[in-house]
Design a protein around this ligand. Sequence first.
Ligand code: ADP
Ligand code: MG
Length: 796
Amino acid sequence: MHLVGVQLLGRLGVVQRIAGRCVPANRGKHGQETQNKADANFLVHYDIKARTLTRLTGSSTAFSRTFKILSKQESGPTPGFILRPGRGIPLSCPVHAATPLSEMDWIPVPRRRQLERVGITTIDGLLTHFPKRYEDRTRFDHFPTGDSEEPVCVCGIVKKTSLRRIRGWQKMFDVILEEEEAHALSQPITCRWFNAHWVEKMIVTGQRLVVYGKPKRSGSSVVLAHPEFEIVENDAEVSLHLNRLTPIHRATEGLSPRVMRRLIWDVLEHMEKTPVESLIPDSLDATPRGWALRQVHFPDNQETLAKARRHLVLTEFFGMQLCVAAKRAEQTSQPGASHFVADTLMQRLHAALPFPLTGAQQRAIGEIRADLAALRPMNRLLHGDVGSGKTLVALSAMLLAVEAGYQAALMAPTQILAEQHYLNFLRLCEPLGLRVSLRTGARREDSSALPLFENAVQRVPGNDGIDPLPDSEPHILVGTHALLYEGAGFTRLGLAVIDEQHKFGVLQRARLRNQGVAPDVLVMTATPIPRTLTMTLYGDLDVSTLDELPAHRGKIVTGVRDAAKLPDAVKFLREHLEAGRQAYVVYPLIDESEKLEAKAAATEFAKWQEFLAPMPCALLHGRIAPEEKDAIMEKFRGGETKALIATTVIEVGIDVPNANIMLIENAERFGLAQLHQLRGRIGRGQHKSYCILLRSPKAEAETAEKLRILEATSDGFEIAEADLKLRGPGDILGTAQSGLPPLKLGDPLADHELMRLARNAAFLLFERDPQLERPENQRFRRVLAETRKLMLSQVS
Ligand code: ADP
Ligand code: MG
C-alpha cells in the first residue's frame, strides 16, 4: 500500500472537515492531533492512500490547487507533506446564494459544464435543484416475492451478472442480487436491462447495489426491469449515501443522483458557516432558510423534511405572489376613468329579456358596476360554467360604459363567435338605439345610423363633461382578438371584454391600454377555473364567479360507448333528427396539416352524410373561409341543416338551443375541460339532451376513467378540478402561457393552502409598503427582480 503522510495545517474547522473525510480512508486509524494554540492552527497527521488523496481532491491538478504544500518530508516512517488547504477550497470565504459556480473552482470544470447545460449556474440554482424523492436507506424494503404496483427500494450484493443476446440483435443484461444478510426466506431478485451498454460496464459481481423499481414475477424469479440503481461502496461515502433518508435528485446529462448528492453535500458543507438570508417574512414562516436547504437535501427525519419543505414551498410561492402583487399594485396606481353614471340602458335590456337574471348574474353585474364606477381601471375575471350566461353579464357591463358616454368592445377568439355575438348584440341593442359594429379580419359591418339613438344615449342624464360620441362611431364593437392589433381606432374605449380567453396576458392588456385611457377590462373564460389557479394564473385580477345555471335548462345525459356501438348511436341520432332536433358530430382532427385535414374532413363528411341521409348535413372546420362559415352557421341556426359535422371549431360559445345531441368520436383524444366545453353546446333549450362519447378500442384504461368523470357529473367546477389533477398543474400553469415562474418544489394543487398564505403575505407587504422602499424590504425587492427575470427567460 502506497502511503503518504499528510499533515494538515490550518484553521480548526477547516482542518477538521478535511480530516473528517480522511478518516475512513485511513481505515479508522486516527492521526495524531495537536493543536498549536499560539497561532490557532491545527495540525493533524494522517497516513492515507495516495489514491484516496487524489479522490478527495478530484484530480492531481486539483490536488495542488486544493492543498498548498508547506513542506515536503523525505524521511521518517512514511514520506509525506505538510499541507495547508489552499485557495482551491475557499472554505473561509463566504458563499452566497448568487455565487456563480464558476467561482467554486473545486468543482471540476467538466462537472460545471454539465451543470450549466441543465441551467444550473449558481449556488442557489444547485441548492434549489430539489430531490425528486427520497429513499429511506436506514430501512430497506424486504426483497419482493411477487408483483407489486408500488416500487420497492432494496439493497443487496451482486451475485452474478449475465449478458445474453435475444432476437439476434437485442442484448439483455441480468444482475442477480442477493440480500446481504441473507435470511433463509429471501429469494434473490433479478435486475434486467435491455441494450444498456453503460449499465453493463458499471455493474460487477460483489458490488453492493441499491435498486428502486417495480417488481414483476417472471417465471420462477422476480424481475425489476430497468430499475434506478446506485452502486454503494463501503467507504468514505457510506455516511452520505447510506443509512439515512437519502435524496434522489433528478438525473440529467451524466449527472447521476449520486454525483448530484455529493456535489450538493459539498456545497452545503462550504456554506455551513454562512448565514443564509430568508426570502420570506418571518411572520409567514420563521424557519431559517439555511437549515431548510440542508434538511430538504439531507433530512434528519420525515418531520424535519416536512418542515423544511414547507418553508421552501412558501418561499417559492411567495416569490410568485410578489410578482402578482406588484402587477396589481402597478395597475391600481394607474389613472383610470369612471365609466359608470346611470343604468337606464341596462335596465331596459333586462326588462326586455324573456327570463329573469340568475342570482349569480346579478351579483357579478353588481361587482362589475362598482369597478366601473371607481377611478382606477377594472381588471376583472368572470368565470362560470358553460351556459351560465356570461355574455349577458358582459353586455350589461358594456351598456353601463356606453351610457356613461364611452365605447365598449368585445373580442372573441374566433370569427364564428364574433359573428354570433354581433348578431346577438344587434338584436338586443338595436331596440335601445345603439350602433353596433363588427370588425374582423374578413368582414366589417356597421349597423346603420339609428334614429332611436338620439332618444337613447344622448339624453341620458349624467353625461355632462363628455361630448357625445360622433355619429360615425359605433357604441359597441365586436371583433376577434385581432382588434387589438389592428388599432381598430377606438376613439373612446371605456370597456374591453375579452371572451373565452384563458390566456389573455399582461402584454395584450398593455396594448389595449395604449389605445386610450386605461380602459376597464373584463376577461371571460370558457370554463370555470379551479380556485387554486385563480390565485395564481389570474392572481392579478379580481374574480367574479357565476356559480349558478339559469333555471329550466334541459338536462344532458352523457354516455361513454365503445366505438363498435356506432351503428346504435347513428340510429339514435336519426330518431331525434326526425323528431325535429339537430345534432353535432365532432370528429377528432387535431393539428393535422392543411392538406390532410381537408382530406380527412371530406371522408368524415361523406361517411356521415351516408349515415344520416336524407337529412341535410353540413361540414364545418377550421380551414373553411369565413364567409362560407357564416353561411353554414346561419343555416344551422335557422334549422335548415340538421346535423353539423365539425372539428372543435364548435368548441366555444356556439349557441343553438334546438340542437340537443352531440356525438364525439375518439373522445379519449380530447381533454376533460375541452369535452365539457364541447358538451356545453347542447342542453341549451328545453329539450332533454344527449352526449355520446365514443371511445376507440385502442384507448387506454385511464382515459376510460377520465371519460367516466363526464358521465358522472356535469358540474364544470368539479370537472375543472379533476382535469387539473389529471393533467397536473405543470401543463396548465405552463409557464410560457401563464407568464409565471416555473415551480420547482411546490404543487399549486396539493399545496394550495400554502399558496393562500403566501399570497396574503405578499399582498400585505405591498399594502404596507407599495414601493418596497423600507430597508427591511429590500431583500423582497431583490426576490421580485429575480423572479421576474426567471419569468422573462421562460417566456422567450
Ligand atoms: P356562456 O356562459 O357559456 O358564455 P352564454 O352567455 O352563451 O353562456 O349563455 C347561454 C344561453 O343562456 C344563452 O342562450 C343566453 O341567452 C341564455 N341565458 C343567459 N342568462 C340566462 C338566464 N338568466 N336565464 C335563462 N337563460 C339565460
Ligand atoms: Mg360564452
